[in-house]
Design a binder for this molecule. Structure first.
Ligand SMILES: C[S@@+](CC[C@H](N)C(=O)[O-])C[C@H]1O[C@@H](n2cnc3c(N)ncnc32)[C@H](O)[C@@H]1O
Length: 235
């Protein structure tokens, strides 16, 4: 396929590719550490992510609020690996993913977690949540290993604007983007029709993204690395 995709064709390609990956081996493509995850191992992997990125950071995330009273968002929930662990900490979790196959897998995996709500979305905004989640009613948003796969700066920017719409003022969107600017001396570049390698953000581009979407980019960690973490606080 040529690189000259319309935005709609690009979203369709993302959905199709992730549905194919989910049909082949959802848990492997969610976390490529293993291709034979058991339920127990997959649960433990989500809990490790939460232990590293959430439980170490409860001051920024909760800001004095009881986690059980918090409503959180997750972008790109895949098979529910992190969603399940988030639901062990927070009162309500609303999660979206572009792939219906991933959402079917997440729905099965979260069947005993009635306060975790996975939805298939259109791959760029959070309108699917509008009947359930009012603007300004969410306390925290999270995303990991998702934007690093999205080959469109415009799609990522739309997500950041949408998260801003749903968060309450002051709340945090903590998320990871691809931070490689070059690898082995070669510029790291995505192409519009490759749905595995996403666009990369320099530190300056991360700051610019925050400023134009109404966030304060208070902390950043891992610039020039694959796991470039951003702490965006809603102004
Ligand atoms: C590597 S998996 C990670 C899943 C989950 N965040 C985790 O860490 O377990 C990436 C997920 O992002 C989803 N994804 C890719 N592009 C997306 C988009 N434009 N909108 C929403 N989800 C997307 C894929 O369907 C896939 O489930």
């Amino acid at each position: 396929m040529s690189s000259e995709l319309t935005p709609a064709q690009q979203l369709e390609k993302m959905r199709r590719d992730w549905d194919d990956r989910a049909r082949e081996n959802a848990r492997y493509y969610v976390n490529t550490e293993r291709d034979d995850w058991t339920d127990e191992q997959f649960i433990a992997s989500g809990e490790r992510t939460i232990a590293e990125e959430i439980l170490t950071d409860m001051g920024n995330i909760c800001q004095g609020k009881d986690p059980q009273q918090m409503r959180v968002l997750e972008i790109g929930c895949g098979a529910g690996r992190v969603t399940r662990a988030l639901a062990g900490v927070f009162g309500e979790v609303y999660a979206v993913d572009i792939s219906g196959e991933m959402i079917a897998s997440a729905t099965r995996f979260l069947a005993d977690r009635p306060h975790a709500h996975p939805f298939q979305n259109n791959g760029t905004d959070l309108s699917v949540l509008n009947p359930h989640v009012a603007d300004g009613s969410c306390d925290f948003a999270f995303s990991t290993i998702v934007f690093q796969h999205i080959p469109s700066r415009a799609v990522i920017e739309t997500y950041v604007r949408e998260v801003h719409r749903l968060l309450r003022p002051g709340a945090l969107f903590k998320f990871q983007v691809q931070g490689y600017v070059e690898q082995d001396g070669v510029a790291y570049e995505s192409t519009p029709d490759d749905t595995w390698i996403g666009v990369t953000f320099s530190d300056a581009q991360a700051v610019e993204l925050a400023e134009k979407t109404g966030f304060e980019p208070r902390h950043r960690h891992g610039a020039n690395e694959q796991y470039f973490w951003l702490w965006f606080f809603k102004r």
